[in-house]
Design a protein around this ligand. Structure first.
Ligand code: NAD
Ligand code: UDP
Length: 311
């Protein structure tokens, strides 16, 4: 019999790609979203399908459902969005995860938490292994998200210890691809949209800060392998190919063949200087590593934004 999957945040960027993979595998999917940063058009292809259900719901409220697996992704991921209402962001991470763990416990479901590299904060250890405990501000403008995910991880492990709830924790590093919002403020979508519109590309600070960008298809494959694996985690999922933000801007500009200036704007508060996942654990336990290079993954992402802006 097909497994019944609950995907919270299923109308968002990552959630909708996960929904696609589960539907294509012949499983049942309940997509739950409050549409804060998600869109119905991301999952429109499944509306009306007999194995698909869509629920408008906020994870900060409890819900009763019968499911086998919970993929808990609901939470805004872009700094612009999670800082819009930081108290709500913290509630979503704490209460949302608490409610989903309560559901998992009641029905005996396995829960996978979409955690983040932000639990490492502005890291003093580089690259970051799962054993690194992080350097996170409790009071800054990123804290609602970073500390929210840290308490969400803590809840998962306490439910596991106290109630034997089956949990999986994925620490996801910067991921990009089609269906990111054009105005979501993250660097890949910003640069592509700016270049397509013939505007200067905005470097925050000098552009020497780094990130490691993973293409969405690779990331979703890792998340699915972790859910199926006999491993609780936390497991880092990301592409270890590190790149400075300036180099990313130059790459996007070259791929779009736009002769545009790079402009410097002030650095946001608490902006981490560097980030690169150590993925030895994912390689060993999930036999997973990313396959798509940044230059390869930017192609379909640029095509997506070109079509989105045209329409
Ligand atoms: P996204 O903003 O596109 O998707 C989040 C989804 O959750 C949206 O559909 C939004 O409407 C929904 N949502 C937000 N708050 C909710 C609430 N209270 N109740 C119900 N639904 C709610 O972001 P994304 O990039 O798809 O990220 C998905 C998950 O992965 C998030 O938990 C994020 O923290 C995590 N993550 C993403 C990245 C990345 O680079 N994309 C990196 C690390 C972690
Ligand atoms: N950034 C930038 N220009 C932009 C948007 C972001 O230089 O238009 C920088 C940002 O300051 C950070 C990096 O790009 O150093 C990644 O930012 P993003 O918001 O995508 O992800 P996060 O900071 O959460 O990793």
């Amino acid at each position: 019999m097909a497994l019944c999957n609950l995907v919270t945040g299923g109308a968002g960027f990552l959630g909708s790609h996960l929904v696609d993979r589960l539907m294509e595998a012949g499983e049942e999917v309940i997509c739950l979203d409050n549409y804060f940063t998600g869109r119905k058009q991301n999952i429109a292809q499944w509306i009306g399908h007999s194995r698909f259900e869509l629920i408008r719901h906020d994870v900060t409220e409890p819900i009763r459902l019968e499911v086998d697996r919970i993929w808990h992704l609901a939470c805004p991921a872009s700094p612009v969005h999670y800082q819009f209402n930081p108290i709500k962001t913290a509630k979503t991470s704490f209460l949302g995860t608490y409610n989903m763990l309560g559901l998992a416990r009641r029905v005996g479901a396995r829960l996978l938490l979409a955690s983040t590299s932000e639990v490492y904060g502005d890291p003093e250890v580089h690259p970051q292994p799962e054993s690194y405990h992080g350097s996170v501000s409790t009071t800054g403008i990123r804290s609602c998200y970073d500390e929210g995910k840290r308490i969400a991880e803590t809840l998962c492990f306490d439910y596991r210890r106290m109630h034997d709830t089956e949990v999986r924790v994925a620490r996801i590093f910067n991921t990009y691809g089609p269906r990111m919002l054009a105005d979501d403020g993250r660097v890949v979508s910003n640069f592509i949209v700016q270049a397509l519109q013939g505007r200067p590309l905005t470097l925050y600070g000098d552009g020497h800060q780094s990130r490691s960008f993973c293409y969405v298809d690779d990331l979703i494959e890792g998340v699915i392998r972790l859910m199926d694996a006999d491993a609780t985690g936390p497991v880092n999922l990301g592409n270890p190919a590190e790149c400075s933000i300036r180099v990313l801007a130059e790459l996007v500009r070259d791929l779009i063949q736009a002769d545009l200036p790079l402009t410097s704007q002030p650095s946001p508060e608490d902006d981490p200087l560097q980030r690169q996942p150590a993925i030895d654990l994912a390689r060993q336990t999930l036999a997973w590593e990313p396959k798509v290079s940044l230059a390869e993954g930017l192609g379909p992402t640029i095509d997506y934004f070109r079509a989105a802006l045209d329409s």
